[in-house]
Structure formats: structure tokens, C-alpha cells
Design a protein around this ligand. Structure first.
Ligand SMILES: C[S@@+](CC[C@H](N)C(=O)[O-])C[C@H]1O[C@@H](n2cnc3c(N)ncnc32)[C@H](O)[C@@H]1O
Length: 237
């Protein structure tokens, strides 16, 4: 499978990245800042990182772990399993020192892990939007509940379509339904264009609605300093 995103991040890690990783929606493109997004060391030294860490305990499942910036921090504190769909990223995480980096699909958690296997889960990077629909989101949250303990917690993130700035995101597609939108884009690296990625964007209220019947409730929501990005902490009902 073509994996321009994983290849570019891996090339950056190997100091072999000669071309930019590009996000594309038709003719519109944006260079994706690999170093800043995936290689900045995660430390708990400000209000945002303190907030994140306060919702996480071990054993931890890092879902869509990228180059492993969170796993590298949390594995020093408790057992951490980092899951990635990209072989390039699994390899990159192992070389960077992530102790338990595995290839896996975030949409097949029930098949991959036992019930109650983890105390917490991190789903950071807006990949939860790949659930594609409210029903897909419900189903993902149900599976995440299955592999976490009855006192489990999770942190997920998304862009809130109800914030004005959301429309400026590359690939943004409006939806007349309040609290919902789509985002469509592909990654391109060295002439290789990946499959189109379809993200469902949902507001915190939509996320609350999606948790219904999954075993989760939204315990807290935290927006970034600016823009539509937010993180939500989930805890078991
Ligand atoms: C924006 S990155 C975030 C990486 C990391 N969590 C971070 O914050 O640095 C999103 C990640 O999700 C991964 N991903 C996408 N679909 C996935 C799937 N179905 N299963 C597992 N990981 C997936 C991508 O390969 C990518 O590394």
C-alpha cells in the first residue's frame, strides 16, 4: 500500500527527507511540518500538557502513535503500547526507542486486544475523524471502551466545525448539520499521492452524542489557544 505520509516521516527520522510532505485537496496544497508536529519532544511543562497527562494512566494504549512522541514520554512512567497502521512509522518508533510499537488498525481494536487490557487510551492527531460518520465514531468508541477498564479514561481530539476558523482548514467541506463537517485530503511525497482521506469533523456536542451507549461520557473539553482544535477527555459512565 502506498504510504507517502509514513515514508516522509521515516525519511525525516533518517535525515533523508529531500522533498516536502504535501497535503493536497485538488489544486490546493500545504506543506506539512513534520518536525514540529511529530518530533517535538513531549514534556509536561505547560497547562496543555499537564491537562493531557492528568487524564492518562497505565497501561496506556497510544492509538495512531505517529513517530511516538507521547509513547516515549509515557513509557517511562507505565506500560505503553503504541499502535500504528504504517509499517514505516512502527519501524521509526522502534528506532527512536519506543519499547512496544506494533502494527495495528485503530478500527480493529476488539480483534487486537483483550477486554479491559488498558487503563487509558490516547487518540491524538485528529485521526479519530477517520471513523467517517457518527455511526463509525460510535462504533470506534464502543471498541475503545471494550479494551479499557471500567475505570478507564481516554483523550481524543478533533476540529470543531462550529468554530469559524474551521472553514479555513485545507480540505474542509461544510455540512448544514450543526456540529458536523467533513475534511478531505491526501498526502503526497516524492510524486507518490496516497489515498484520499475522509475525516468526519464533529463538535464536542456531537462527540457527547456519539458516546451515548458506548460506556463513555465526555468529562472535559479543552480548546487550544486559537482555532478550532480541541481535546476531549472521556471517562467511563
Ligand atoms: C496526525 S498523526 C498523529 C501522530 C501522533 N499521535 C502524534 O500526536 O504525534 C495521525 C496518525 O494516525 C495514524 N493512523 C491513521 N489511520 C490509522 C489506523 N486505521 N490505525 C492506526 N493508526 C492510524 C497515521 O498513520 C498517523 O501516524
Amino acid at each position: 500500500m502506498s504510504d507517502p505520509f509514513g515514508r516522509a516521516v521515516r525519511d525525516f527520522h533518517l535525515d533523508e527527507q529531500d522533498e516536502p510532505l504535501v497535503q493536497r485537496d485538488g489544486e490546493e496544497t500545504l506543506d506539512h511540518p513534520i518536525e514540529r508536529f511529530y518530533f517535538a519532544e513531549f514534556t509536561v511543562d505547560d497547562e496543555a500538557s499537564e491537562w493531557l497527562a492528568s487524564w492518562v494512566d497505565g497501561p496506556l494504549l497510544d492509538v495512531g502513535a505517529g513517530a511516538g512522541r507521547h509513547a516515549l514520554y509515557f513509557q517511562e512512567r507505565f506500560e505503553t503500547v503504541a499502535v500504528e497502521v504504517s509499517d514505516h512509522l512502527v519501524e521509526t518508533m522502534r528506532e527512536r526507542g519506543v519499547a512496544d510499537a506494533r502494527r495495528g488498525d485503530m478500527f480493529a481494536l476488539r480483534e487486537s486486544f483483550d477486554r479491559d487490557r488498558f487503563r487509558s487510551a490516547l487518540v491524538v492527531g485528529t485521526q479519530i475523524g477517520l471513523a467517517g460518520s457518527m455511526q463509525g465514531l460510535r462504533s470506534f468508541l464502543g471498541d475503545l471502551a471494550h479494551v479499557t477498564t471500567p475505570d478507564g479514561t481516554a483523550v481524543v481530539d478533533c476540529y470543531d466545525p462550529d468554530r469559524d476558523e474551521a472553514a479555513e482548514l485545507l480540505g474542509y467541506r461544510d455540512d448544514p448539520t450543526p456540529g458536523l463537517a467533513h475534511r478531505v485530503m491526501s498526502f503526497e511525497y516524492e510524486g507518490d499521492v496516497g489515498d484520499a482521506l475522509l475525516f468526519r469533523l464533529f463538535s464536542p456536542d456531537r462527540l457527547r452524542a456519539a458516546t451515548d451507549g458506548t460506556g463513555w461520557e465526555v468529562a472535559a473539553v479543552r480548546y487550544g489557544d486559537e482555532g478550532p482544535h480541541y481535546r476531549a477527555a472521556l471517562e467511563k459512565v
